[in-house]
Design a protein around this ligand. Sequence first.
Ligand SMILES: Cc1cc2nc3c(=O)[nH]c(=O)nc-3n(C[C@H](O)[C@H](O)[C@H](O)COP(=O)(O)OP(=O)(O)OC[C@H]3O[C@@H](n4cnc5c(N)ncnc54)[C@H](O)[C@@H]3O)c2cc1C
Length: 409
Amino acid sequence: MNKDIKQWDCIVIGAGAAGLMASIELAEYGRSTLLLDSQKQVGAKILMSGGTRCNVTNRAVTEKDYCSEHPKVVRNILRFFPPEETITFFKKIDVPLIEEKKGQCYPKTQRAKTVLEGLLKKVKDVGVILKTENKVTKISKGSLGYAVYVGNTMYDSKSVIIATGGLSYPNTGSDGSGYKIAKKYAHTTVATSPALTPLRMNKNIWTSLMGVSVKTTLTLRVDGKKHLEKETDLLFTHFGVSGLGVLDLSRHWLRKRGDHAVVLNACFLKGVQEALDVFVVKYPKKNIKSFLNEYFPQRFSTAVLTYLDLESSISVLQLAKINRKKLIAFLEAYELPITGAVGYGKAEVTAGGISFKEVHSKTLESKHSPGLFFCGEILDVDGRIGGFNFQWAWASGVVAAKGVDSYVG
Ligand SMILES: Cc1cc2nc3c(=O)[nH]c(=O)nc-3n(C[C@H](O)[C@H](O)[C@H](O)COP(=O)(O)OP(=O)(O)OC[C@H]3O[C@@H](n4cnc5c(N)ncnc54)[C@H](O)[C@@H]3O)c2cc1C
């Protein structure tokens, strides 16, 4: 067994968004900080985020933008480090942000790489020691507080922050090992599931639509009642559907099914009846496909007519009542034949995680083991699309660091 001779105030496990922020804060408090990450290159999720532009935060953030069993704790953490603080922090590290539609903030450079480089430079400048390719395999009580093990090497520390992320995109390093480490200290996990993930559809009905995007209102019904509604561009893929609305709804679909009857309806066109009536008066000789082409891409019109078994050449005027009804029902409330989600491999975040029940709500310190803290996606919280997940990572990182500072004394 090799023993690291230095004794640390804090060891932060995981150099993702939350761990980087926590360790910067700690070093700024003057705490000796060791940041360990299993990967050779850290910050993979920052680099791939927001279509490689990194949606760093959102101008307006409340607990309502998140799902958690403990929304009040989420609210307190977010209030402690609101988006204005994030914007100021990034400005100070020479990564100015600009606000785009829906309050989404991106780096002015439009490059996620700038965000990661800014954070890593700051980590270095404030004296955090970052060790990559150091996968923490276990932690236990040590002479100073905690003994943190990376294979045969042991590091001594007064405190530990677990910032190992969830289970999504495991090839970036977040493989769920943080949950196992926490379990040793009797921490329970709210059942996890993929969130912000595309959904799979029943075999091949719509594969001809691959790449087609249609403006849609999606309604998630749970046991017959409307649960959530999203206006979105619905993107058909080779396996099912995607698009921002689908990603946002996916965690609800996944977590409600099983115990409930869950249906995802797509309304492709509101007021089809009226639209048809107007079209018939205006263009009585035009066919049904022309009607659809007024509103949708040609490939969609063709696929819909094939699916409904309607002749595309039939004129709108001659459309039999039963077929008219069929068309209206389809365009207004088609039940998407969802069979499941693509899963953690393509989920932007993980829903569920370490329960806030066993974590002090103001410091994110373990109630079971003083000196052990959590931050980031490992906790039971997941945000919707729009910069909310990073805002959680920054805010919870700052809160955990402050908690460590008070604990170390
Ligand atoms: C494709 C994609 C796009 C996204 N886009 C956005 C966006 O634009 N805006 C937004 O707000 N959110 C976005 N997100 C979500 C956001 O990236 C995450 O919420 C955020 O990165 C979580 O940060 P984290 O630090 O908690 O965890 P992670 O970023 O997952 O970091 C965890 C780190 O811990 C390390 N680690 C794990 N286990 C160990 C161990 N045992 N020992 C040592 N190290 C370990 C991992 O290597 C990793 O570096 C996106 C996610 C994905 C996948």
